[in-house]
Design a protein around this ligand. Structure first.
Ligand SMILES: [Zn+2]
Length: 369
């Protein structure tokens, strides 16, 4: 599975001509569909590069890259049934990658000077890696989930109060036991919180799901330091004793799904309520000025346009920048160019499914013109 670090590595790749092939291919669940898939991949590769603005034609996908994709598909197609696979290929640069993605995406073939990353970002945002913490007064278990893989980060277990008769004791003795249990419990939440804090410190922030009994979810949530708490995505109730790693993923998956779904409209609302550019022209102007704090782009569709080879300006026409089109280079997708530029400028990017715009941006400062 692919990570944010992989995206950064891909983003550093640059070919002088429009020679990097990016091919997103959903592989059917039924092995019988594999034969048709090779033909579909062939069509997408033949179509890649034909979508440039101004009818600018490129040399197309090289035979070597095309064969490498088809050979790999023939050899590994069966390993990818039911997944979307992305290929990045450029023989000139010695680049060839084929990776299954954590969620299903539509097919797309693009030939450009660098890897087309917008669908990749969409996949990482829609099916993010996440952590799950499960705690009660005697156990704590922290897991990390990436795609279909579940890994235990830490697991602790203390002995609980000795039954029988715990509930039936009275007086001072019972009070002491209660106290001990409560202290132990608090201590455990703190331990779990500390593990989560270390995990957050060590890597990028990922959403956090908490599972367990009602009161232990509340207890752990309360013990979380603010830096961890802000990543809290939601919870599920379950008896920790009955949970397996696979069951944890089954229960946490829908929590993450609804967290992702909730964030899209929230983000759109946030954009509209703040200093923002909405729509292609305003957003491109903002990108060109380096004014974008957070770019929000639609997942679907591509918008062909131009990049000025001199000042780097993105535009829908080849004559829109100060250089009067002398150095304009056609690009297949301005949205991907805007994404790349925003990331280069340390801005944030979110790809959303149901956007009321193709592109919009939260701004660092007002843009004139
Ligand atoms: Zn220019």
């Amino acid at each position: 599975m692919i990570s944010c670090a992989d995206v950064e590595k891909l983003r550093s790749i640059h070919a002088p001509g429009s020679a990097v092939l990016s091919l997103y291919l959903p592989v059917p669940l039924d092995p019988a569909g594999l034969r048709g898939l090779a033909a579909e991949a062939g069509d997408l590769m033949a179509g890649a590069g034909a979508s440039n603005a101004g009818g600018a034609s490129t040399a197309g996908v090289s035979d070597a890259d095309r064969d490498a994709v088809l050979d790999t598909l023939a050899a590994h197609g069966r390993d990818w049934l039911g997944h979307t696979v992305v290929f990045f290929a450029c023989g000139e640069l010695g680049l060839f990658e084929a990776t299954p993605l954590p969620c299903l995406l539509q097919e797309r073939g693009v030939l450009a000077t660098r890897p087309h990353v917008r669908p990749l970002l969409a996949a990482l945002q829609r099916c993010p890696d996440y952590r799950v913490a499960i705690a009660d007064r005697w156990h704590s278990w922290v897991l990390s989930v990436s795609g279909t893989q579940v890994e235990t980060v830490a697991r602790q277990s203390d002995e609980g109060p000795r039954s029988p008769g715990f509930g039936g004791w009275y007086g001072l003795e019972s009070y002491r036991i209660q106290q001990r249990v409560i202290q132990l419990g608090r201590h455990h939440y703190r331990d779990t919180a500390a593990i989560l804090q270390r995990a957050a410190d060590a890597g990028r922030n990922v959403p956090l799901v908490i599972g367990g009994h009602h009161d232990s979810i509340a207890g752990l949530l309360q013990a979380l330091p603010p830096a961890v708490r802000k990543d809290f995505a939601g919870s599920f109730t379950a008896d920790p004793h009955t949970l397996t790693a696979a069951r944890v993923r089954e229960l946490a998956g829908p929590v993450i799904e609804s967290w992702v779904a909730r964030r899209e409209p929230e983000l759109t609302e946030e954009i509209f309520s703040q200093l923002a550019a909405v729509g292609l022209h305003a957003s491109l102007a903002a990108v060109n000025e380096g004014a974008v704090a957070h770019l929000v782009v639609a997942h679907e569709g591509m918008i062909a346009g131009f990049v000025c080879g001199r000042c780097g300006a993105l535009s829908t026409g080849s004559d829109e920048c100060r250089d009067w089109g002398t150095a304009a280079r056609a690009v297949p997708d301005l949205l991907d160019e805007a994404v790349q530029r925003t990331l280069d400028d340390d801005g944030q990017v979110t790809v959303i499914r149901e956007a009321p715009f193709s592109i919009a941006a939260k701004l660092r400062f007002p843009v004139t013109g």
